[in-house]
Design a protein around this ligand. Sequence first.
Ligand code: UDX
Length: 437
Amino acid sequence: MPLTVSVIGTNYLGAAHAAGMAQFGHQVIGVDIDQARVDSLNAGRPTIFEPDLEPMLARHVASGQLRFTTDYAEIADWADVHFVAVGTPRAADGSADLSQVFAVADRLGPLLTRPTLVAGKSTVPVGTAARLQQRLRELAPAGDGVEVLWNPEFLREAHAVADTLRPDRIVLGAQSQQALATMRQVYARPIADQVPVVECDLATAELIKSAANTFLAMKISFINALAQMCEAAGGDVVPLADALGYDRRIGRDFLNAGLGFGGGCLPKDIAALAYRATELGVPQLTQLITAIETINDTQRSAVTHIAVRSLGDEVTGRRVAVLGAAFKPGTDDTRNSPALTVAAQLAALGAEVRVYDPQARVDLPELTQCPSLDEALDAADLVLHLTEWPQFRQLDPAALGSVVRRKVLIDARLRLDRDAWQRAGWQVIQPGRATSR
Ligand code: UDX
């Protein structure tokens, strides 16, 4: 049976969730304080680059099943479930900034006059859901009729639609059977498709999301530390990762060594968990996360050092071509992008850094964004492959050789065909891949 659903916050997470809810057959209103974003979404246009989102969004907006507004009064007593999908950015001290979550409570709470379910999707420190419920109950005429549950979202950018429609699991942290029954109705379609459901309490649901992101970050830092060992010992991290991955207890996913993780989620979410672990007196977890972060930072500076060395320690005025600016392929998102960190470090050392990315815009004044690959490569002394867009694997190294000044490539993502580039006369450096042998 279709439900009425609101989705509060319509950026990366909320836009995909709102469209996904409509796809599941529900009547959906997305709410955002940003009028320009609401206007764009109401015209069926996402405000982010996310493959497959636009057709789904446009279809449901056109059918009238999905619309967007800035007015909370339109959703307050209308929706069976309010999803909270606002941002929880990193505060200066590493903790999660929860001001947007509590701003939702301040706006929505006073308008709730009938029993209502509020489902949190944002990644929050454990304990937030209970505080949010308390605040909503204080503000709402419906009082204790307002119930908060936590239903964390695991979607990946560039795969948001697929992850929304067919998640690996649905986590429902709830306090009442009634809330669980409503959520099972919300997710009736994926549940019918055998997507597993984990039912638990609020705190566990909040922790599951932080734990998942920390585990993924840990896998990446683990393999990157092993890449450093390979570099030191003359081994090759790629067959090492392949061999680990064949062990079903380990798995090959998230064992790609390279520049480490970035983006709007992993770095901030693990920092927030470390902060909360310290607050709650679990310093061992904080120490583990600190090690993950240190290894991750080292990957970026190590590539900068290799670049400096390959320029003969003379960086000033040298031309460096950077392939990729997004934090990973398939997105235009440059938040905490490893590629841009390396590019900015080289620019700070005096290099003339020219960046090409198929989607992402570069907003750093010290970097020159080039509209085409050839312009980025023009007369380059060094080429850095920093974000592994699939189209970079199709490049013809022989043709590119005539555009650059020196045929030196650092493939920091370990994804290019080393033999093909070498055959075309390039010196290829792949950190962790024993290229010197
Ligand atoms: C992540 C989680 O995967 C998702 O479940 C959560 O909801 C949000 O955070 P996302 O930020 O979209 O999603 O990126 P993800 O695909 O997880 O990649 C994170 C970073 O790790 C990227 O910078 C990527 O390049 C890097 N990465 C990933 C590696 O360096 N090696 C790998 O093997 C995998």
